[in-house]
Design a protein around this ligand. Structure first.
Ligand code: CUA
Length: 371
């Protein structure tokens, strides 16, 4: 009995300590931008009075229950007290004062974070089951082909360091099961990149906002923070902050359409034909995926125009890395995904099309040509 208790206590301590890490990529206490910094300041400010109240109340409970506990030689009830006006007024007024004081910085922070500067860069965040889409809606972020639509990415949001970004959050349906433009799977998500900003709900039919910026170039991890179905826990994303030169290069590349492989690039060409169904075989991919500058324009699944851009470092809700640590394509992960998406991520909206190994090879070749 005693031993079990010790083991349980040790186990609890291990789990608690496992949460401590100085290098954790999603650490609210290590802010990397003004929004997260403001939120942390408020958190710390409220934490101290909260800790004091906790110690007084819990300490009092412990002290009283030990000091006035039942003893063997005590055979009569202690005097029973009913009401104490001074005490009751005191413990009503004291918390009211504490709350009123905390309310001042809290409300002012809420107003401060809700400000939407007119010169902020506009990005629409679209929540799907279970991945994130990003649409750059500013006029100067339109692509230079076709109908000059917005730059669209999935899984990784690329931003310029130091620029204020105004996110418009919404939840959309999608996937192979939506019919005739009527989306399904519209559920509530929550968008959260702990080092850059706190949680904000992503609600179908509503538009919420997050205004933030990143202080330094780098990759900031985020994830869905509202239970949204089977793969909620693996609905991740990354925010890639680039310095000005890298940012300009990225924008220029994203504005270009996908480069179609030539006849000489046989595997890539075969993959493209299968992807689009040229020649009567395949063509399922374009029912959901869009590829800029081609006939594939669906938005039900991640846009693949620049699937193999180096900034696109993860896929399928950041379920797997697009590149190996040495920078080579992570072909095995993509192959496993194409073989059977549900075996990788149960419930994924991409069906298993029963592709042959040869078909998978050429599709992988095509996708990794989309730089
Ligand atoms: Cu999306 Cu949880």
């Amino acid at each position: 009995m005693r031993r079990t208790r010790w083991i349980l206590a040790l186990l609890a301590l291990t789990i608690l300590l496992a949460a401590c890490s100085k290098t954790a990529p999603q650490n609210t206490m290590n802010p990397a931008g003004p929004t997260a910094q403001t939120e942390k300041n408020l958190l710390v400010l409220v934490l101290w009075p909260a800790a004091a109240v906790f110690l007084v109340v819990e300490g009092g409970i412990l002290l009283i229950s030990i000091r006035f506990r039942h003893r063997k030689d005590r055979d009569r009830m202690p005097p029973q007290i009913h009401g104490n006006t001074r005490l009751e007024i005191g413990w009503t007024i004291a918390p009211a004062i504490v709350l009123a004081v905390i309310m001042v910085p809290t409300v002012s922070t809420i107003w401060q974070l809700a400000r939407q500067p007119a010169d902020a860069m506009q990005i629409t965040v679209e929540g799907y089951q279970w991945w994130w889409g990003f649409r750059y809606t500013d006029p100067d972020m339109a692509v230079n082909y076709g109908d000059h639509d917005a730059i669209v990415t999935a899984d990784v949001m690329v931003i310029p360091t130091g620029r204020t970004i105004d996110l418009s959050l919404t939840s959309l349906g999608g996937g192979a099961h939506s019919t005739a433009g009527v989306p399904d799977h519209e559920v509530i998500h929550s968008f959260w990149a702990p080092r850059l900003f706190g949680k904000q709900d992503v609600i179908p039919g509503e538009t919420n906002h997050i205004v933030f910026s990143a202080d330094a170039p780098g990759v900031y991890w985020g994830q869905c923070a509202e239970f949204c179905g089977l793969q909620h826990g693996r609905m991740k994303f990354r925010i890639h902050a680039l310095d000005e030169a890298d940012w300009q290069r990225w924008v220029a590349n994203e504005k270009d359409p996908a480069v179609a492989p030539t006849k000489d690039e046989l595997a890539q060409k075969q993959g493209m034909d299968l992807f689009f169904g040229n020649g009567g075989v395949g063509g399922q991919c374009i029912q959901c995926h869009g590829v800029g500058g081609t006939a594939a324009s669906s938005t039900a699944a991640p846009n693949l125009t620049h699937f193999a851009a180096t900034t696109h470092e993860c896929f399928a809700g950041c379920d797997f890395e697009t590149f190996n640590p040495d920078g080579t394509p992570n072909i095995e992960a993509l192959k496993a995904w194409l073989r059977d998406p549900n075996a990788v991520k149960l419930g994924a909206k991409m069906p298993d099309y029963g592709l042959t190994e040869q078909q998978i090879d050429v599709l992988v070749a095509y996708l990794y040509s989309l730089k």
